[in-house]
Design a protein around this ligand. Sequence first.
Ligand code: SF4
Length: 295
Amino acid sequence: MRPPIHIHLARSAGFCFGVRRAIRMAHELARKKQSVRMLGELVHNETVIRELEAAGIRKIRRLARNTNGILLLRAHGASRELINRARRCGYRIADATCPMVREIHRIVRRMDRRGDRIIVIGDRQHDEVQGIIGQIRRKALVIDAPGHIPWKAIRRIHRAAIVVQSTQNLDRVTPIVAALKAAIPRIVFFNTICRPTRMKQEEIKILPRHNDIMIVIGSRTSANTRRLYEISRSLNPRTHWIQSAHEINRRWMKGIRTVGITAGASTPESATQAVIARIRELSRLSAKVHSTSAK
Ligand code: SF4
């Protein structure tokens, strides 16, 4: 019999507390038989969305007029304009915005009132960034990479406040902050990358170095899963990004002794357990699971 495959599971794998809280709120509302709608997806995971829909929560593409239902705001938060529009349509708001995202909203509003120009480091198209820039009337600048700094606009700014999308990679953020600090006379930087993301990123810098292959579990639409995958891939080319256990290829297990596993913040525990079970099956029950941490 071949020696056992050791599975090293990141302690931070799977739901962060913001996502867990949003899902719990959704199920509590559904249990009360309320008419609950989510605008788009509450979290970026197809299994979770299917479970929510099965519980009676309907996904809508746009706000309906003259309704009396409940609109559940997602963990990423929403712009003020969207919330006001929903209220005008008759929705009651159930706010599942993660407390850490809400803190970014507070910072942005406070610094905007002080007269600082708001700069957000993050992905412009991401719902969280849309929600952040939608907290203020003045146009915020969004920067997603050092090569995309709008220098013409930056040179006209005398005071600014920088915040960061909660799931950004600090290594990508640092050079942007350094360049902005050198160019803007009065600038404050708020590192708003959330604690669960930092933990995940610390672990993902270690696990790929100590395992023969890496498996990152999460939806293709999940920005934080993508970042985990990118970091892992840069450290270990044998990194595989899968959405479910069915995608595991038997050939990946050939000749290996160790597998590192992590999962995005919106990946349910059941998906991670299914991956572990599949690896066990492929290695004929000779896999040992270890919980591991960067600390
Ligand atoms: S990733 Fe961070 S900010 Fe986003 S929901 Fe989770 S804990 Fe909150």
